[in-house]
Design a protein around this ligand. Structure first.
Ligand code: FES
Ligand code: FES
Length: 157
């Protein structure tokens, strides 16, 4: 059985027939080829699969595709504008916050939600916001500094 949905993903409108029991994570990766969204635990524990759904960070492994009907999804592929990286992406590079990179797309999307809602988060607010995004490489210090740096850049623009 398939269900028809209409959705916007990274600013592109899609009208599709989808399997009702497929997760958004697998739909993005396998049907649309948007493999920037990473598949970690698939039980909502690691945050590697985080995308924005109507501006809110969600674990795409816990969302079924029909739930995006009439909603907007933003994935890491939609963060840059053409060749211009989003300030968060630039800051993650500049501050050395990307090591193996597996957690990075999810952290970027969670951080985007945070900075969209709070343009000047303090360290506790940043650490609270990213608490659901696990990173086994960095120790988080560079990630927190990158988010602070991006928030400064965004406030200038
Ligand atoms: S893969 Fe979704 S939270 Fe880990
Ligand atoms: S950079 Fe490797 S898990 Fe975060």
């Amino acid at each position: 059985m398939k269900v028809n949905i209409k959705t916007k993903i990274n600013n592109k409108v899609y009208e599709l027939s989808v399997s009702p029991n497929q997760t958004l994570l697998h739909f993005l990766r396998e049907e649309l080829g948007l493999t920037g969204t990473k598949c970690g635990c698939e039980i909502g524990e690691c945050g590697a699969c985080t995308v924005l759904l109507n501006g809110k960070a969600v674990n795409s492994c816990l969302v079924l595709v029909p739930q995006i009907h009439n909603k907007e999804v933003l994935t890491v592929e939609g963060l840059a504008e053409g060749d211009v990286l989003h300030p968060l992406q630039k800051a993650f590079i500049d501050y050395g916050a990307v090591h193996c990179g597996f957690c990075t797309p999810g952290l970027l999307m969670t951080s985007k939600e945070l900075l969209d809602e709070n343009s000047e988060p303090d360290e506790v607010e940043i650490r609270t916001a990213i608490a659901g995004n696990l990173c086994r490489c960095t120790g988080y210090i560079q990630i927190v500094e990158a988010i602070k740096g991006a928030s400064k850049e965004l406030r200038k623009s």
